[in-house]
Write a protein that binds this ligand. Sequence first.
Ligand code: ATP
Ligand code: MG
Length: 467
Amino acid sequence: MKQRLLLVDDDEVFLRPLHRTLELAGYEVLPVQSAEEALDTLKTEDVDLVLTDRRLPGLDGVGLVRQIRAEHADLAIVVMTAYGSIESAVEAMRLGAEDYLVKPFEAPELLLVIRRAIEFQALKSANRRSIRRNQERFTFRNIVARSAGMHAVFDVLRSVVDLDTTVLIHGETGVGKELLARSVHFSGARHDRPFVAVNCAAIPAELFESELFGSRKGAFTGASEHRRGHFQMAHGGTLLLDEIGEMPLHLQSKLLRAIEEKKVTSVGADRPVDIDVRFIATTNKDLQAEVERGAFRRDLFYRLSVLPVRVPALRERPEDIPLLAQHFLAELGRRLKKSVKAVAPESLDALIRYPWPGNVRELENVIERAVIVSRSEVLTGLEGFLSGPSGAHAPVDLSLPFRDAKARVVEEFERTYVQGLLETHGGKLTAAAKHADMDPKNFSDKMTRYGLRRQTAEPGEGGPRAT
Ligand SMILES: Nc1ncnc2c1ncn2[C@@H]1O[C@H](COP(=O)(O)OP(=O)(O)OP(=O)(O)O)[C@@H](O)[C@H]1O
Ligand SMILES: [Mg+2]
């Protein structure tokens, strides 16, 4: 299909040869004499590029650019201007024109500028579309949760999306830390700038600086070209320092310096460059404890944890499980082209009771496996996919007499049950006992029997877990 150009010029003498050149080059040309006519045409016609003179009888070329941009984000515009009025061409570019041509110009220059303007506009549109998709995908609204614990997390994060506050998101593996980090970026002021994630656990120590800060050509063997580091790539946007707790101690000081000075020096460069980056760090380690045992720098910890946010484990928010299960069921059913509608009640119960060491990611995987093997609209037998205490039962010791063997299994069950409930309720005995429908005294006796300690921290705090 031919690309279409809208040609706006009232100078017949100039227009005719221009028109011919463009047609010869394979474009379809719609000629009009004024900005008003051009705007009228755009109401009904699709074109790829507007080529307009700056001087027009009514509304001039610059005014036309402004009007077009208000309604057509995806249209390329090139302004033709006389040598004496280059400032107006600059103004047109500021208003969103892709390029300008200074009269008189030759055909090759004209065709080059047009081709580049259309390409540039196509890239910009693709970029806008991808940003829009990310914005729709990564919003707090798309994060499935009904629990108060998760809503508290959303509230805190929402309050800083437009600020440059450094956020430290911590929580067990698979709780949704990266999803939250992306949502902070794509809901906030920097949403149309890059989001760059760097997995701190995966960078080899010897490449740390070149990966993060970039390298100049020839800085070391193998550096055959200039390379931008993650910091430069994230300029203007957000840098996610994923799994920050895994970063080797001797590299942490370099990272801290870059964060504090807001400057990085590429390997082999003489001078640092300024960077404007918002940082989000995630970890599944207890960084405070890492600091205490000397495995994480205290100064870096303080710098990162301006706003620490703890994402609760899935077993601390069992009320989210049915919702998440339904969400993944619908999504995977669509992706795997299977009609699945619900999880069978017995299976759902098992999901709610299961402690989910791999959290939401594990739940997603379990549902995926079940959807793959399922032959009906209602998923059954999910219990079989669960590992660990409530999935596989403790092995029965056949060498013991029946009564002892049974006592052993019961003991194992009680220990798991009591411990699991304590974990689910943040170590709070009364809440756990209530959930079990047991007398608190009785519950507490069992804790003593199995060596489970009660929580000592303030009620409501994450606090140390009973172990
Ligand atoms: N509340 C949620 N709603 C929908 N999907 C979720 C939710 N929480 C997590 N997920 C999904 O679960 C998976 C794991 O989430 P994510 O990668 O963000 O976890 P993480 O905490 O960064 O894990 P890790 O510590 O292992 O890196 C992803 O596929 C994510 O989209
Ligand atoms: Mg992650």
